[in-house]
Write a new protein. Structure first.
Length: 645
């Protein structure tokens, strides 16, 4: 059908009468008008009965919306004000801290101005008295770089070596018009010791700051540099750095500008690692809420970035960003403050959510008051349905119990009947006074012992289920080698496997030590191997043990009847079986108990199977069982528990 040219844009006819096709932005939706026409009459009675309730709900929601907008506007204003306060506080804190550092360096210059010869011990004692780590957090140290002319180099090195620094040398090597050698740098830690003898005037960025300090007589900060202290062997943390220089002149501080170069004695200076510096500031309002970027200069780029607290993948809040230019020792820094999502959450969500929830609750309260009778009737109907469901589940549970009791009675009756027949046969022979055949008596006694053992095993199974259900199962951990446990288990099954004509193989290429409960571990593996022999139809059974790092893996593979996928999902449940009890006996508890024991050991058990092709049961165990009830115990009995099916 052709598009209607006289209709609104985006609407066109549909080949299905009563259906309106709406095309918008490439998305086509179908609206069945006939269905809507049929639905509206059904809704009208409901709307009429609850018109007042819906009216109250609508009015309440409108009032809530207005209140939320008003409160949101106030929150936004307070958030902006708090962010600006944080920026002002951070800027002021940075400015005050840097002024304090400069004042400390000017005081150190006074030490050199008041004495023509400052001993190394005297400088060490002075810096110790400053308590840098406590009173000036973030500073890397305080040092003095001596101004040297080329002809003074050899005598200078000899003088410093005479003080006991035998490895002292001026570096980097090369001919230059002037030199500055670091002779003092405290505290003498691993980072600072590497800097002794370094000529900072040989590096352009440092030289620019030192020239500015020398020519102005004031403190001067350098641009971004890589500190010599960053080259400590074994250190993996690298931070951007900078230095502040204060000039020291022969003859005191008041030296005319034109004579300052010829009167240079050296520089008192302090190196800073930016990460340590900002960490030392410890702005309380910035913790996990505001990011700070510091750039050298007035432009913000990665090339001049001194410090950044931003974390990868964390988005900034739009509109919550502010740049401040701060002058530090004659050099501009650009501080960029950016709010994180945590800052917004800590300033807005509580009050706004409270207002919204309160308004919605009031509106809903008005609405539900008028509908209380309808809700009561609906609840009564739902309760009736729930009672029916619970009754159905109870009947099913009773049926499961009756089925289990029937199976248990049958399983118990079978060995009892055999035991009774054997005893009657022996009694008859003894009573008649005939000569007793020892071989026949031995066979009867062996049969009685087998049936008695089977009865004991059935009782043990029921007791295990009781312990697991009540949470009274305890594990006795000991150091074991899983490969040896599996080999020993295979040896115990050799006779049974030969009688069944089954080839039983073990693949355990290397020792796998760990801590497990031997008895419970053997109980699980015995059940799996016995099942493989029972359902394997005489085909080979393979046991494999593998080391998977923190876990050990045991696989028991048979090539028997296999398991249907729908049965594989339930065979680990209580009283569940994958085959009919008519053909294979058992209580349906073996795999349930095995799963519970494996999980108690901190592992998991699963099965991979195809009908008619066999099954592979996989047990994955941690090398150390995380069980709060586990404790050391003597070696458990050698005889494992009988398999349960």
């Amino acid at each position: 059908m052709a598009d209607r040219r006289d209709g609104p844009r985006g609407l066109r006819g549909s080949p299905n009468p009563g259906t309106l096709v709406i095309a918008q932005g490439g998305l086509i939706q179908g609206l069945d008008l006939r269905g809507l026409r049929d639905t509206v009459p059904l809704l009208l009675p409901h709307l009429r009965r609850n018109a007042a309730a819906y009216g109250a709900l609508l009015v309440g929601l409108l009032i809530t919306g207005v209140a939320v907008l008003h409160v949101g506007r106030g929150i936004e204003e307070r958030r902006t004000h708090r962010f600006e306060e944080a920026v002002r506080y951070g800027t002021l804190g940075m400015q005050q801290r840097m002024d304090t550092y400069q004042a400390m360096l000017l005081g150190t210059r006074g030490l050199f101005s008041s004495s023509q010869l400052v001993e190394r011990s005297e400088f060490h004692a002075y810096v110790e008295s400053l308590e840098l780590r406590r009173r000036y957090p973030g500073i890397q140290g305080i040092g003095f770089a001596q101004w040297l002319r080329p002809e003074e180099r050899q005598s200078h090195v000899a003088e410093i070596r005479a003080e006991g620094l035998s490895e002292y040398h001026l570096w980097p090597e090369g001919e230059r018009p002037e030199y500055t050698a670091i002779v003092f740098l405290e505290p003498q830690d691993a980072r600072n010791r590497r800097a002794l003898g370094f000529d900072m005037f040989s590096e352009p960025t440092r030289q620019e700051a030192m020239r500015r300090a020398m020519e102005t007589g004031l403190a001067a900060a350098s641009g971004r540099v890589r500190l010599v202290q960053e080259d400590v062997p074994g250190s993996t943390e690298t931070q951007a750095g900078f230095l502040i220089y204060v000039p020291v002149y022969h003859g005191g501080v008041l030296v005319p500008p034109e004579r300052r170069r010829e009167q240079m004695r050296g520089f008192v200076y302090a190196p800073f690692r930016m990460g340590d510096l900002v960490e030392g500031l410890r702005f309380p309002g910035f913790q996990n809420t505001i990011d700070l970027d510091i750039h050298d200069g007035t432009k913000t780029s990665d090339e001049n970035l001194l410090f950044s607290s931003r974390r990868a993948g964390e988005a900034a809040v739009p509109g919550m960003r502010q740049e401040v230019v701060l002058e530090v020792a004659g050099r501009p820094w650009t501080l960029v403050f950016t709010a994180r999502e945590a800052f917004v959450a800590s300033n807005s969500s509580g009050q706004l959510v409270t207002v919204a929830i309160s308004g919605v609750l009031v509106a809903l309260l008005l609405f539900f008051i008028t509908r209380s009778q309808v809700n009561a009737r609906t609840a009564a109907e739902a309760a009736s349905v729930e009672q029916q469901r619970l009754a159905s589940e109870a009947r099913a549970a009773v049926q499961v119990r009756d089925d289990f009791l029937g199976v248990a009675a049958h399983e118990l009756r079978t060995p009892l009947t055999s035991l009774k027949l054997q005893l009657q046969l022996l009694y008859r022979q003894l009573r008649q006074g005939v000569e007793v055949d020892p071989g026949r008596v031995q066979r009867a006694v062996d049969a009685c012992e087998r049936q008695t053992t089977r009865l004991s095993q059935l009782v043990d199974s029921l007791l295990d289920v009781s312990r697991l259900a009540s949470g009274r199962l305890e594990l006795r951990l000991e150091a074991l080698e899983l490969d040896e446990v599996v080999r020993e288990l295979a040896r115990r099954f050799e006779t049974e496997a030969q009688m069944a004509g089954v080839r039983l193989t073990v693949d355990a290429p290397r020792p796998i030590p760990g801590r497990w409960d031997r008895l419970r571990l053997e109980q699980v593996l015995t059940n799996l191997v016995a099942n493989a022999l029972k359902y394997g139809q005489g085909a080979p059974v393979d046991l494999r043990v593998r080391d998977e790092g923190e876990y050990a893996r045991v696989e028991v593979e048979d090539r028997g009847i296999g398991i249907d996928p729908e049965d594989a999902r339930r065979i680990f449940d209580r009283f569940e079986r994958a085959v009919s009890s008519r053909h294979y006996g058992g209580l349906g508890l073996g795999l349930f108990i095995s799963r519970q024991l494996v999980e108690a050991l901190g592992g998991r058990i699963s099965v991979e199977s195809r009908p008619g092709q066999g099954s592979t049961f996989i047990v994955l165990l941690p090398r150390v069982t995380p069980s709060p009830k586990a404790h050391a115990a003597p070696t458990p009995p050698e005889t494992p528990r009988t398999p349960l099916h």
